[in-house]
Ligand binder design. Structure first.
Ligand code: HSE
Length: 304
C-alpha cells in the first residue's frame, strides 16, 4: 500500500468542564487527506483548494510535526507527500488542526504496518498540537483518531479511554478566534467551591453518557469555571444567546474547544429553532462563519 485517502472529523474539546481531558467527535464537518509514500526521505505538505493560510513548513504544521515525531521514533527513512483538502474552517475551536495530525498518523500506521496501539497513535498525533496551541494536549487528537467521547485518563504516560457516544443532536455556531490560542489566559486558581462544582460536573458528564441522557449531559456541560470564562469573554452576545437557547429548550451550551465556536446540545425536534436563535444572536460577530446542524459521532478518522 503506497497511498491512502482519509476522512477526519471535526471534534469538540473540553465539553464544558473537562478542560484538556474531554473531547468528542462530530459527524460533520470533516476534512480529507491523501498520503502518498515517496522514496526521497522527505515530508512535503500541500493543500488541494483553499489552504486558509495554514503553514506548509513541516515544523509549523500539525500533521508535519506529528509525522516528524513518527519518523524519529519508528521510521527514520520515511518519505511522504501529504495533501490536505480543507472542508472545515481552521482556527474555530473545532479541532481541525488536531484532525490533520491524527489523519496523518492513522494513515501512516496503516501503510507502514506499524501496528501501534491507540495510546501510541494519540501520543504521536498530540505532538502536532504544539504547532497549533503550543502544548501537546491530547483531547482533540484522541477524539479525531478514535471517534466517540474521549476521556484522557492520564497524561503521564498518555492513556485515553473511548466511550461509545449516543448520537446527540448538536448545533454549532462556527466562529473564528482572533488569537492563535488563549491557553495562556486560563487559570486553575478557581477556589474550593468552583473546584468542587467542576469535579461534580465532570462526573455528571460521564454518567450522562453511560445512561444515554442528553438532558443531563447538556446540563452538566453548561457550566465550566476554567475555560469558558476566558473563551466566552471574546464572543459578543454569548451569555444572552446561551440564555435564549436554554430557555427555548436546548439541553446545554458551551464554548467548543479553544473557541470561538459555540456548541449546543438539544432535542432533535428543536434543532432548527435552536439554530435560528444561535444565528441571530451570534452572526453579528465579524468572525462568524456559519451555523452547522450535526450530531455527536462514534466515527474517527477512516479510509474513504
Ligand atoms: N483543550 C484544548 C484547549 C482544546 O482548550 O485549549 C483546544 O485545542
Amino acid at each position: 500500500m503506497n497511498s491512502i485517502r482519509l476522512r477526519g472529523p471535526a471534534t469538540s474539546a473540553n465539553v464544558g468542564p473537562g478542560y484538556d481531558i474531554f473531547a468528542m467527535a462530530l459527524k460533520e464537518p470533516y476534512d480529507e487527506m491523501l498520503l502518498e509514500l515517496t522514496n526521497d526521505n522527505a515530508i512535503t505538505i500541500n493543500f488541494e483548494g483553499d489552504s486558509q493560510n495554514i503553514p506548509i513548513t513541516i515544523e509549523d504544521n500539525t500533521a508535519g510535526l506529528a509525522i516528524l515525531e513518527l519518523k524519529k521514533r519508528y521510521k527514520p527513512d520515511l518519505g511522504v507527500k501529504v495533501t490536505i483538502t480543507k472542508h472545515m474552517t481552521s482556527g474555530c475551536g473545532l479541532g481541525t488542526t488536531g484532525t490533520s495530525a491524527s489523519s496523518a498518523i492513522y494513515g501512516l500506521n496503516k501503510m507502514l504496518q506499524l501496528n501501534l496501539s491507540d495510546n501510541e497513535l494519540v501520543d504521536l498525533a498530540r505532538m502536532g498540537e504544539i504547532a497549533s496551541g503550543g502544548s501537546p494536549h491530547a483531547d482533540n487528537v484522541a477524539a479525531a483518531m478514535l471517534g466517540g467521547f474521549i476521556l484522557i485518563k492520564d497524561y503521564h504516560p498518555i492513556d485515553v479511554l473511548k466511550l461509545q457516544m449516543p448520537e446527540f443532536p448538536v448545533v454549532l455556531a462556527v466562529i473564528k478566534k482572533t488569537q492563535r490560542t488563549t491557553r495562556g489566559f486560563i487559570t486553575y486558581e478557581i477556589g474550593p467551591d468552583k473546584l468542587k462544582d467542576q469535579m461534580a460536573r465532570c462526573s455528571r458528564v460521564i454518567h450522562a453518557i453511560h445512561t444515554r441522557d442528553a438532558e443531563e449531559f447538556g446540563k452538566a456541560i453548561s457550566v465550566d469555571h476554567i475555560a469558558e470564562p476566558v473563551r466566552s469573554a471574546v464572543i459578543a452576545n454569548y451569555n444572552e444567546t446561551k440564555a435564549k437557547v436554554l430557555a427555548a429548550g436546548a439541553f446545554g451550551s458551551t464554548v467548543s474547544g479553544g473557541g470561538s465556536s459555540v456548541i449546543t446540545i438539544c432535542p432533535a425536534h428543536l434543532q432548527d429553532e435552536i439554530a435560528a436563535i444561535m444565528e441571530s444572536g451570534l452572526k453579528g460577530n465579524p468572525n462568524f462563519v456559519k451555523i452547522i446542524k450535526t450530531t455527536t459521532s462514534n466515527t474517527g478518522v477512516c479510509e474513504m
